[in-house]
Design a protein around this ligand. Sequence first.
Ligand code: ZN
Length: 495
Amino acid sequence: MSGPTLRIAVAHFSHETVTFLKNDTTLGDFIYPGSPARGEALLKFDPKSYMGGFVKMAREFDRVELVGIESPLWPRTGTGSGWITREAYETFVGRMIAEIRADQPFDGVYLCLHGAMAVRGVSRPEAELARRVREAVGPGVLIAATFDLHGNQNEEFLKHADLAFAVKYFPHYDGYLQGERAARTLVRAIRGDYKPAHATVKVPIISPTVVQWTGASPWMDLAQRALIWEASEPDVYVNVFFGFPFADVPDVGMTVQVLTNRNPELAAKISRDMSAAAWRQRKALLTSTKVHTIPEGVALAKQAVQNGETPVVLADHSDRSGYATWLLREIIAQDLSNTLIATIADAAATAKLRDQGAKAGDAFDMEVGGLADESAGEAVRIQGTILNAVEGHGQLWACIGFGRDNVLILSTYLVQIMEPLSLGALGLDIGAFQVMAIKSRVHFRRGFHDNGFAKTILLVEPTEPFLGTVRLDQLPYENVDLKQYYPYGNPAFPG
Ligand SMILES: [Zn+2]
């Protein structure tokens, strides 16, 4: 293909902020070997997800130049940290804008985002980033973005940007695909072949993430409905943001966003259809997933072991710090055996082990976890033997054998185990465990459920409603009026 070379600036800024956690996400949390990243390092940092898909597709076009703008990668705390400081946000956005201004002209900008970032003093951080990028590049330059479906969004982002593509599945299987679509549509839009018209509708439903699995109805039906619209109408893209309720920000709740090629009426029609379908299913959306209390769940796990329904996954969906010990304590109280607990986060304990040069075979006797805040519970004393202690992914991992063939994995930060094979890297024999107690809501289904690995799946949370609870009315919101959302109030269906 002939024609001038297209220059596209590529930037990344992603976080899913649990604002109820006490530890802010600071500038320092974003700075570690590899982050911030720029140039090819940024373009290659996540080859199997949004960025990888975007880069692969953009480079399938001739004469497209991608410019990796210096960007922070995910903070080293993962999702286990609270409000992003104003300093962190302003520092990185300031540098991005300066670099984009200095390196102009660009024909397009790609922003690789999550959508549930919460920044002190900035009520809509992704929209604010888009606004500043627009100010820098001017009105004629196309701006595209990809999002996680947990984004807390409204119409503000697309006032400043042109294109948005969110994943449809939870677990998020389709990040790479959405990156590809963003690249293709952005290049087409730059060349005048796609002129985005969009509609955004807030659907007043707020739901805890643990219920949002798209592997079963009615969440599956919502994803399917969006896919059917995309299959039957050329150039239509349907984003259904389920929303992230553990951020105290104004745009929580569900949002439907539809993009069409020069057809605002069609965008409005599809957004009405999608939001009406969600609204009709509102009761089932909230009630289709059973969540047990931890004592109940551990008793059910024991029963499942007796019935040979193993392996059993016990997923504490509610732990947002990684330090929570409720499940560990109950596993000890009910005397489970052959149980893996992955993980308890404890930065002080892992630092101590590192200082001691802990190694396999050493005796272990320490209080672990707890105390990060009330949701984490009390520290639990574990006496056993260190099976393995290794550095990886910027943290220390220690496997401790204790009790009747139980293994506890200690980590420095919150870890969400999504598939059992990742545990093999720690030298564990996965087949030896009858019960696996993990900290995950839905992402674990990728490697434990969708593939048929686990025979029994039990979702649990502490008896008391702590910060990751399904009982959202127990959370100390200041910027959200739950009465405006189903099931806590009786809002009117929009439109
Ligand atoms: Zn997500």
